[in-house]
Design a protein around this ligand. Structure first.
Ligand code: AG3
Length: 281
């Protein structure tokens, strides 16, 4: 079949994928939702033209967004996941025995429905007695909570349209308030490659609310730029102080104890970006 999907990374850059089959295509109340079966990456969820997850490489992103914060906190009992309606972050979170409750806040029920129908291996964790799903706006949900969570994971889409608020200084201040006094959070913070304008602003916003702020990286082949960043903000525990020899193997395919440390080692152009003065969103 000679049908191609492209994601527009920049005005002058599109990345194309050969499509085997279009499995779903609809407008939800919030966004355009497409499920594709692609030649190279298999089943793929696309929201508003942006690849969110593919069955071939989702393990990289989901392991890194979940295990780095969850192994940094000594006893993560109550976890909040914002966005991430595909269920991948929840699936990884449930691998931690100490986690008693996972609250998933997803604005769009259609994303969860599509994940259940087309991505059983990613959404498997959503049916579990420890998981509670709330279909509401994450910004509002967090603003109403105080000292409620040990770990908050912000698994959002890009900072355009409705998700912009999930990258703003006010949201990060509310995240800090929603966390317990020794809590910590992590957010996906886009690629340092091609986002020189927004990364320093996101980082400045997080720094305004957390004493410990550290960025780490992973390579996600289906996200624009490949090199992907996550930023961890913490009130007490430093991800670099974790005794990595005590990290058990929970069946990882990307994350390793060595990588827990190494992922925080930043190329110079990235650390320079973070040092550049910027106004938060
Ligand atoms: N969150 C989306 C990451 C951003 C991808 N951006 C893009 N393709 N332009 C992923 C959700 C997975 N649980």
């Amino acid at each position: 079949m000679n049908v191609w999907f492209y994601e527009e990374h920049k005005e002058n850059l599109r990345i194309s994928y050969r499509v085997k089959k279009v499995l779903a295509h609809k407008k939800t109340s919030y966004q355009e939702l497409v499920v594709l079966d692609m030649e190279n990456y298999g089943r793929t969820l696309v929201l508003d033209g942006a690849v969110q997850t593919t069955v071939r490489d989702e393990f990289i992103y989901h392991e890194m967004i979940a295990h780095v914060p969850l192994f940094t906190h000594p006893n993560p009992e109550k976890v909040l996941v914002i966005g991430g309606g595909d269920g991948g972050t929840v699936r990884e979170t449930l691998k931690h025995k100490e986690v008693k409750e996972v609250h998933l806040v997803e604005i769009d029920p259609e994303v969860v429905a599509a994940a259940r129908e087309y991505f059983p291996e990613i959404s498997s964790g959503l049916i579990n007695e420890r998981v509670h799903i709330h279909y509401t706006d994450g910004i509002k949900f967090v603003a109403e909570k105080e000292a409620a969570f040990d770990v908050i994971i912000v698994d959002s889409s890009d900072p355009v349209g409705p998700a912009v608020g999930l990258f703003g200084a006010e949201f990060y201040a509310n995240v800090a308030r929603a966390l317990k006094p020794d809590g910590l959070f992590v957010a996906q913070t886009e690629s340092p490659w091609g986002n020189e304008d927004i990364l320093p602003r996101i980082y400045a916003g997080i720094r305004a609310s957390f004493p410990i702020v550290r960025m780490y990286l992973a390579t996600v082949p289906t996200y624009p730029g490949w090199l992907w960043s996550f930023t961890l903000g913490s009130k007490k525990y430093d991800p670099l102080a974790v005794d990595v020899n005590r990290i058990p193997d929970l069946g990882f395919r990307y994350y390793t104890p060595e990588l827990h440390r190494a992922a925080f080692v930043l190329p110079r152009f990235v650390s320079q970006l973070l040092e550049s003065p910027a106004e938060p969103f």
